[in-house]
Design a protein around this ligand. Structure first.
Ligand code: FES
Length: 110
């Protein structure tokens, strides 16, 4: 982790256009997408049935479509078109070819 709270996720060059990749950062599963020159980092866990498949979703109009049952999430806001339950979105910082984000380890609730 960098001093400013950012953790390295991956490199820009390992990401393929419109094709997600999943990573485990501080015990949080995220899906990373590259659309044109923009990079998005969202939770990889669908809020519908908690499948870890968001990275495998296809991209349509700035949204990712969960491959399990087709729920759609805007990659900028994490929200569904209806505004209902969405994905967590994480900040993206790019330095040279490296992608960083801030993800705090989830607190365990007992
Ligand atoms: S688990 Fe994602 S839409 Fe059902």
């Amino acid at each position: 982790m960098m001093d400013n709270g950012y953790s390295k996720v991956c490199t820009v060059s390992e990401l393929k256009q419109n094709q997600g990749k999943r990573f485990l950062i501080n015990d949080v599963e995220v899906a990373v997408f590259k659309i044109e020159e923009e990079i998005f980092i969202v939770s990889n866990i669908c809020p519908h049935q908690h499948t870890a498949l968001i990275y495998d979703g296809f991209i349509e109009a700035g949204c990712v479509v969960c491959p399990a049952h087709g729920w759609m999430f805007n990659l900028k806001t994490g929200k569904q078109p209806t505004g209902a339950r969405g994905l967590d979105v994480y900040p993206v910082k790019i330095i040279d070819d490296e992608v960083f984000t801030i993800i705090k380890a989830k607190e365990l609730k007992w």
